[in-house]
Design a protein around this ligand. Structure first.
Ligand code: FES
Ligand SMILES: [Fe+2]
Length: 366
């Protein structure tokens, strides 16, 4: 599959941003191999409960720190001690900052015996990392997902791994500007408005439609969505249908042109004053599953398409060009990123039939 350089995005092979790397439950005291941004890494949870992400290969002689089941370090339960990780080969141990803090057979511990560590944040049941090709601190915070996670009345999401797509992440991002696929792929029966707003590192998609199945009165009620991307790896959507849903799609490059994708939805079951009934919880789960099924429709297209370096875009298609300019900011050093933001900031309205059908929506600011 095509790589970032084939699209001409900019200086970096992988974009800057916040990215999901695992469900929180996958970080355990058994170190796990993970691979993202073309780099083999190891995820583990220290005894303190904190999750850590470190480079996979030991600086001593290159053993993989997680891919082992037979060394006595592993069998004797010495793999993770405190918040340190011990190499299964000769037993060198590295603390949470990556510094070697113990060698079983030597008092001399070289300063250079150091593992690269990566920033990790655990939030909303997910392990996140900040990836930055320039090694700088985040220039925007991890989203708070509407503040809903763990709140009374809200069903938590269960992030499902939908696949590793042999496609560049930009083609997933293209979906933000893709008006034309809403009826054929997702089952819109009558689109009322479709607009995009570009604000710095965020891009919104405002969409109002009647829909075959996602509302109480299919084909009659409006389904109102405010969907936005915060950087290249996080898509959130506030959905008003049968329930109020808050949807997350997370995608992270494994290698250049290979993307892992997960999705989950929080659903507001009731106001939280009393526990929701079993029927309501079941209906809310079905609503969440329906949403994720909706993404499955995109995934099937993505899994089977070839790359699209230059879309043959019609004016009625939606602002693919503007969206890709926005996307390029994450592939370039920060001064250039600021310039690309300037160029993409603003709004494109692809469709607005609200007056014609006598509907106004607050979700689509005038
Ligand atoms: S290779 Fe890791 S301790 Fe020797
Ligand atoms: Fe889609």
């Amino acid at each position: 599959m095509s790589k970032a350089a084939d699209y001409g995005f900019g200086a970096f092979e992988f974009p800057r941003g916040w990215f999901m790397i695992a469900n929180a439950a996958e970080a355990t005291e058994t170190p796990a191999p993970v691979r993202f941004f073309g780099t083999d890494m190891v995820l583990y949870r220290g005894k303190s409960g904190k999750a850590h992400l470190v480079e996979a290969y030991c600086p001593h002689m290159g053993a993989h720190l997680a891919r082992n089941t037979t060394s006595y370090i592993v069998l004797d339960g010495e793999h993770v001690q405190g918040d340190s990780i011990r190499c299964p080969f000769h037993g060198w141990r590295f603390d949470e900052h990556g510094q070697c803090d113990h060698i079983p057979y030597s008092d001399f511990v070289p300063k250079a015996a150091c593992l690269k560590t990566y920033p990790v944040k655990e939030f909303a049941g997910i392990i996140w990392t900040w990836h930055d090709p320039e090694g700088l601190k985040p220039d925007y915070p991890l989203p708070d997902f509407g503040g809903h996670y763990g709140q009374p009345g809200w069903l938590k999401w269960d992030m499902i791994h939908l696949g590793d797509l042999d496609i560049h992440g930009c083609e997933i991002v293209d979906n933000m500007a893709d008006y034309g696929h809403m009826a054929p792929v997702h089952g819109s029966t009558e689109c009322i408005y479709f607009a995009n707003e570009f604000i710095g590192h965020v891009v919104h998609q405002y969409f109002g439609t009647r829909h075959r199945s996602a509302t109480a009165n299919p084909g009659i009620d409006m389904l109102v969505l405010d969907t936005w991307r915060t950087g290249p790896g996080i898509l959130e959507s506030d959905m008003l249908g049968v329930f109020n849903g808050f949807w997350l799609i997370a995608s992270t490059p494994i290698d250049d042109g290979l993307e892992r994708i997960w999705s989950g939805m929080m659903v507001k079951v009731n106001d939280g004053a009393v526990p929701a009934s079993e029927e309501d919880v079941a209906a809310a789960r079905a609503f969440a599953q329906n949403g994720i099924h909706g993404l499955g429709q995109d995934v099937e297209i993505w899994m089977n398409k070839r790359e699209c370096i230059n879309p043959m875009a019609l004016p009625a298609d939606g602002p693919y060009g503007r969206l890709r300019t926005w996307y390029r900011q994450f592939y370039n050093p920060r001064p250039k990123a600021a310039e690309l933001q300037q160029r993409s900031n603003g709004r494109t309205v692809t469709l607005d039939r609200r007056k014609e059908v006598g509907l106004q929506s607050e979700t689509f600011p005038a």
